[in-house]
Write a protein of this length. Sequence first.
Length: 712
Amino acid sequence: MLSCLGSLIEANQTDIGRYLPQVNQILTEQISSDNNVVQNMCITAVRKLITFCKHVDEDLLQKLVDVATRSDCNEYVRNEIALTFGLIKDEYNPVIKLVATPCIEMCQKVVTENTTFKVIIQEIHQLAVENHFQLEGKVKDLNELLDELRDKNQSESELVYELMEQNFLDIQQSIFQEHSDKKTWNEKQIVSWAEQFKPGSGKTFTDNEAIAVIYRAIYLVNGHNLTYPQILCSLIALKTVGNVRGKLLEVATGEGKSTIISILAIIHSLRGENVDILTSSPILAERDAKQQAKLYKMFNLKCSDNSDKTIYLKGKKDCYSANIVYGEMSQFQFDILRDNYSKLDTLGGRNLCVAIVDEVDSMLIDDSSKIARLSSTVPGIDHFQVLYVFIWQHLVSIKSKLIMVNNKLYYVKGTLGFHDGTVTLEFADENGDIMKITDLEVHFAQTGGRSPLAEVVEDVDEFLRNSLMFYLKDVMEQNTIYIPSHFANFVEKQKSEWIINAVEALRYQENVQYIVQDGQIKPVDYHNTGIVESFTCWGDGLQQFLQLKHNLKMTSETLITNYLSNVGLINKYEHVCGLTGTLGSEAARNLLKSVYSVDLLNIPEKRKKLFLQLESIVAENEDRWMEEIVANIVLETQKNRGILVVCETIESAVQVSDLVKNKLRPHSLKLYTINDVNQEKNVEKIWPGQVIIATNLAGRGTDIRTEEIEAT
């Protein structure tokens, strides 16, 4: 109602005056709501009254004052009220004085001292940041972190106690004092230290000693010092308590998971163990391998990523000669299948020792049921292509006879047409003569929807599948299509899958479930990573039906010969360590413990988050929803902020981009929706006022540098 009221005021600027009493009454009643969304909608409507009517009821203004001075008033709502009072003329000064909070006074000062809306927005945004975050962001000391470690892991108190008994928590003494000489080492000294621990040397080192050396190496490489949480997390991950295979650790976003992974990889590798780092996408694998190569080289270690740069045939892949290999989980699965099942020597005898899993919740919970499958072509399987064509053409024919009339879906026996805004139907009567119904809607009304020329469809998917099954059975019985006899049993078992996937192909949308690129259908993992899976093909005819849908060259179907699940892959490793921003619910944690034989711990953050989540905006329809998104993007750019918009699909990302691009200054909009066309280069850094619109490609594991924004 309130959203409609705001639109009504804007649309009827000249006539709204006669309805002011009613409008003011509605807003006066609603503004006191405890719901911040309702309050914000009321404030928006009040602003429109001020702008278009030049008058607001003083009782309503008093209500705004009452809301702003309430102790439980949301800071954002309070600032919005202050900005609203800034639009009011001098006669309302007595009312403004009732708002006695310093924040309101400062906002009023900003409004009166500046003339442009953009400057006002920037100044008030800065005030809001300073007022909300001025007491937060303090870096925690070691004692605070250890206390928080205990508090965060009360359900794992026994594990935490055992770890403490091993005295690894005396970080200050054991790392920074006993190994203080290493704080001034140069690169040559670090290389020399690592040389001592070559395989076969028989020499060992402690975790604390290694971290002291890595602490210095990381500073030499990128100028950053390790934080206490990073050190704490690394030490915890390295300690084994009981009969567990490793640990899964919840590490907050922004705490440096990539750095922690590097620390663990170096220590395990120096101890002669092969390290595989499993990422959620090949882009992250390639990026991290390149970024960390210099650090690893300082310890005489080599790293690589295992992405297939070209078509793989056989033999050991060069990447598996490295000590540390980064890669997407599915790529490790495929390479293991190639090595173990196809006997292509892909791994070259490399053992599966240590798996470090980035974004462990995504791969071990969300995608735990995912399976990597290797498929092969079968001689003669191209005979099925004719069958796919028959199925698809009949499906398209059925679809062309479906029509919605008076909220009912009908399948009609004839040819639909349109003339002068009415739906027509041509059909053949009993004598074969062509007849025509000039208005199908009227015809259904006259027959009560029970016309012999139409059938009501209750479940469209079931109707399509049943129709295709009857059609295919008829085609096969009449020997319309030649199928070799040795494929007869296979076709009988497989035809239901083909029919299901033909209907799926009809429903699938380009730029949602897949893209068409270079004449090929490429699946998109839009539910999780947003990755375009360029080397993946759907099975059971789905790939072929989509090729028919887009009039592309049809390829022959391949048959699955071997497979490996995510669970199966992880359980092949001797030791497992996983990091993620969230380990999920208690049920999810218990599942991880039981399936993977690991301990789970929450790692405290080094400082309180400088983050405020605003109230969600609920729109009444999709158009209004898009308007709100665009309006918020434009508003935030005026505050000189950087904006990341994460969309579910490529289609919606392009839609938002098209709507907002003309409202932004040139070159301030960046689109990141496809992973294999170098779009990622555009989002490595963001400047004030820039907007990145992306799929979840930018939402999981992507590092976007924000130095220029933080400096403003």
